[in-house]
Ligand binder design. Structure first.
Ligand code: NAP
Length: 310
C-alpha cells in the first residue's frame, strides 16, 4: 500500500493526551490536520464538535484522509461503571466513523490496547488470540473485530502504557519526591511503558503509509509502578526509600484490571516503520523528559534500591 503524500489527518479526540500530542506534532511538520473535540467553544479553524456518546452526524471525509480514532472512554473504572455508554463510545461510534471513512476511501487508525489479552503472558504477539478480562479490554476487542472486517483500510494499533508529560501521576510523584515527601506506588500493578514521542511517530507513519492490519506499538518490557517510582526517585536524585510499596489489590482495583503481564512483542514494527522500542526504563526516561540524562550507578536497571555510598 503506498504512502499518501497529500494526506490530511482527521484526529477524532484532539483534546486527549495522544490526540493533542499528535496534533502538535502534525502542526510542527506543517501537515494538514483537523480534530474533533467536545470542548466548547469550538473556535479554531481546524476543530469540529463531536460527542461520540450522542447521535453521530455524517462526517465529511475524503480519500486523502487518515482518520485517527483516539477518542475513547479510557478509564477502566468508568467503563466498568457505565458499560452501556462505554459501548456506545468505544465500539458503536468507532465502527460508524470508520465505516463512513472507509466508504470515502480514507484510511483509519484505531487505537487499541494490550488489555485485549488476558495478561497471563509477557511479550504477546500481534497475531495471538485475544481474551480480554476487563470491560474496557472487552469493548476494545469487540471494536477490533468489527473494524478488521473493513479490510486493509484499517490499522489496529495496540498500545501499552503511554508515558509523557500528560501523566498526572508521574507529575505528582515528581513534585512530592522533589519536596522530600514519600509517595506510594503499587508493587502489584505493572506497566510496559512506551514514550509518547514514539507513539505519535508510529501512528503518523502507519497512517501516512496506510499500513493496514494489527500493530503492536507498545512496551516489550514490563516493570511495576513501584519500580517506576524508584527509578523516578533515582533520576531526581531523591532517596529511593521515599517510594513506599502499596497494593493495587488492597486499593480496590479488581483483579481483571491488574493483569499479571502487560508487555507486547512488537512483531515487524521496527522493520516496517523504523520505530525501535527500548526497555522499560529507556521508555520511561524518554517519556518523562530525562532521555538526555545519563543514569548514575545508584539506579539499578530493575528499579531496585541500591544503597548509595555515604
Ligand atoms: N494513554 C495510554 O496509555 C493508552 C494505552 C492503551 C490504549 N490507549 C488508547 O489510546 C486512545 C487515546 O488515549 P489517550 O490516553 O489520549 O486518552 P485520554 O487522554 O483519556 O483522551 C480521551 C479522549 O477521548 C475523548 N472522549 C471521551 N469520551 C468522549 C465522547 N463521548 N465523545 C467524544 N470524545 C470523547 C476525550 O474528550 P474530552 O477531552 O472532551 O474528555 C479525549 O479527547 C484511546 O483509545 C485509549 O484507549 C491509550
Amino acid at each position: 500500500m503506498s504512502a499518501n503524500t497529500s494526506a490530511r489527518y482527521c484526529v477524532i479526540g484532539g483534546s486527549g493526551a495522544i490526540g493533542s500530542a499528535l496534533m502538535k506534532s502534525l502542526s510542527a511538520q506543517r501537515i494538514e490536520a483537523i480534530a474533533s473535540t467536545r470542548r466548547q467553544p469550538v473556535d479554531r479553524q481546524n476543530e469540529f464538535y463531536l460527542d461520540l456518546g450522542a447521535d453521530l452526524p455524517e462526517l465529511s471525509f475524503s480519500a486523502r484522509d487518515v482518520v485517527v480514532l483516539t477518542a475513547s472512554m479510557t478509564r477502566l473504572a468508568e467503563c466498568r461503571l457505565e458499560p452501556e455508554l462505554a459501548r456506545r463510545v468505544n465500539v458503536d461510534a468507532q465502527v460508524l466513523i470508520a465505516e463512513q471513512a472507509v466508504k470515502k476511501g480514507a484510511f483509519v487508525v484505531f487505537l487499541s490496547t494490550n488489555q485485549v489479552f488476558d495478561g497471563t503472558k509477557s511479550g504477546v504477539g500481534p497475531d495471538e488470540p485475544r481474551s480480554p478480562r476487563s470491560v474496557y479490554g472487552k469493548l476494545k476487542a469487540e471494536a477490533e473485530s468489527a473494524l478488521s472486517r473493513l479490510g486493509d483500510s484499517v490499522a489496529i494499533v495496540r498500545l501499552s502504557k503511554v508515558v509523557g508529560p500528560h501523566l498526572d501521576l508521574f507529575q505528582r510523584w515528581r513534585r512530592e519526591l522533589s519536596r522530600g515527601e514519600t509517595i506510594e506506588a503499587f508493587d502489584d500493578l505493572l506497566l510496559a511503558p512506551i514514550a509518547m514521542a514514539k507513539v505519535v511517530a508510529g501512528v503518523e507513519l502507519i497512517g501516512l503509509r496506510r499500513l493496514g492490519g494489527v500493530w503492536h506499538l507498545g512496551g516489550s518490557d514490563e516493570i511495576s509502578y513501584l519500580q517506576a517510582g524508584r527509578h523516578l526517585a533515582c533520576l531526581l536524585g531523591a532517596d529511593a526509600r521515599l517510594v513506599v510499596s502499596a497494593s493495587a489489590a488492597k486499593a480496590g482495583i479488581p483483579v481483571e484490571e491488574r493483569p499479571p503481564r502487560v508487555s507486547m512483542a512488537p512483531g515487524n514494527l521496527e522493520t516496517a516503520i523504523g520505530v525501535r522500542i527500548g526497555d522499560a526504563l529507556e521508555e520511561l526516561d524518554i517519556g518523562l523528559g530525562f532521555a538526555d540524562w545519563t543514569r548514575t550507578d545508584i539506579c539499578s536497571r530493575s528499579g531496585e534500591i541500591i544503597p548509595q555510598a555515604m
